[in-house]
Design a protein around this ligand. Structure first.
Ligand code: 3PG
Length: 404
């Protein structure tokens, strides 16, 4: 259901579930600074539209993973300030999600005004495993609102009070961001032009199991980098020294390798690896063939922290030859300059291909922006990490199911 299905919104109180879970760093004055405001920018289309239609706008979101109680380091206050700058209109911030102060601020809203409530996850009901607790919290959120708009795409895979139960209590619809994300991701699942290449990185194979199994049925090539690559190299019989290894996934990965061969899908692994003597920005490091990681000067204590330059070049060629590319997960420890080259090379290749490119995931999105790329250099940068992977996997996402 789209926003239009909710009818005229003038003077209606609209509660909007956003995903304003942005990365924060400490500033010099003991406060917090937003290091990537992409998710705030992505939420503005719906908010501007609601303002123009004269709605009274109540924004809710989580930030980080606080443990069901107030925790100042996860406050949404810096997000309200940034959103106000971007919108050029006041965004009032209330330091609680439910309670007298929140109620008073909502009741005082005039047409077109905006309030952002404090982090939903400061309340145990938001993420509770108990459906009744979640419903009770959702009822408190719904109390002052007329309609609900679900626009936090990054969180639609979570069965949480503000994502699922709240949508059942009020007339509800998907916001513009959720609609736009779905349009792009459907293009990948239903209408991907071939050759279709998927680049997967990040630390753990176990986070990507479902999506790999699903992608093997659809893609032409699967390029693997990041920490998860060492489980692939080990599954092929190579020694990986002290690199990240998920021993319990070796059998699964061997299964993927033979399934890929049977289906004619190319699993492309790096041929060289940047091996370091420790996990540190100033670690000693060498480029070593991927099948001989133990031969580095650091012997059995060497740790692979990035794909090597030869692999970066061959991955880039695969990417520029493809008509559709989906990328999730950095190729190495991109936060450390010495181990950022693989990730940078992949990002650059995506910006150079004529094909349709999608960057999926909060981390990958933050990585490309941190490395100096602009959003408009890619076909689409998804705001969803887990959500976009679960969508590609073909799973039913609770936050979408409840809207249909
Ligand atoms: C994300 O960063 O992927 C979303 O904001 C969801 O956050 P979560 O994994 O803590 O539920």
């Amino acid at each position: 259901r789209t926003i239009a299905s909710l009818g005229p919104l003038r003077s209606k109180t609209v509660i909007v579930r956003c995903d304003l879970n942005v990365p924060l760093a400490d500033d010099a004055h003991g406060g917090k600074v937003i290091t990537d405001d992409g998710r705030i920018r992505a939420s503005l289309t719906t908010i501007r539209e609601l303002r123009e239609s004269g709605a009274r706008i109540v924004l809710v979101s989580h930030l980080g993973r606080p443990k069901g109680a107030p925790d100042p380091q996860f406050s949404l206050a810096p997000v309200a300030a940034r959103m106000q700058e971007l919108l050029g209109t006041p965004v009032a911030f209330v330091g609680e999600t439910v309670g007298d102060q929140a109620s008073a601020s909502i009741e005082a809203l005039q047409d077109g005004e905006i309030v952002l409530l404090e982090n939903l996850r400061f309340n145990p009901g938001e993420t509770s495993k108990d459906e009744q607790e979640r419903s009770a919290f959702a009822a408190q959120l719904a109390k002052h609102a007329d309609v609900f708009i679900s626009d936090g795409f990054g969180v639609v895979h979570r069965k949480q009070a503000s994502v699922y139960e709240l949508a059942r209590l009020l007339p509800s619809a998907a916001g513009r961001l959720v609609a736009a994300e779905l349009e792009v991701l459907r293009r990948l699942t239903e209408d991907a032009q071939k050759p279709y290449a998927v680049v997967l990185g990040g630390s753990k194979v176990s986070d990507k199991l479902g999506v790999i199994a699903h992608l093997l049925e659809r893609v032409d090539s699967l390029l693997i980098g990041g920490g998860m690559v060492f489980t692939f190299l080990a599954a092929k019989g190579h020694k990986v020294a002290s690199s990240l290894l998920e021993e319990d996934q070796l059998e699964t990965v061997r299964g993927y390798l033979s399934e890929a061969e049977r289906r004619g899908v190319r699993i492309v692994l790096p041929t060289d690896i940047v091996v370091a003597d420790s996990f540190a920005a100033d670690a000693e490091h060498e480029v070593i063939p991927a099948d001989a990681i133990e031969t580095s000067s650091f012997g059995a204590s060497g740790i692979g922290l990035d794909i090597g330059p030869e692999s970066a070049r061959s991955f880039a060629t695969e990417i520029t030859d493809a008509k559709t590319v989906f990328w999730n997960g950095p190729m190495g420890v991109f936060e450390m300059e010495a181990f950022s080259h693989g990730t940078r090379a992949i990002a650059k290749a995506l910006t150079e291909t004529a094909g349709f490119t999608v960057v999926g995931g909060g981390d990958s999105a933050a990585a490309v922006r941190t490395l100096g790329f602009a959003d408009n250099e890619f076909g689409h940068i998804s705001t969803g990490g887990g959500a976009s992977l679960e969508f590609l996997e073909g799973k039913t996402l609770p936050g979408l199911e409840v809207l249909s």
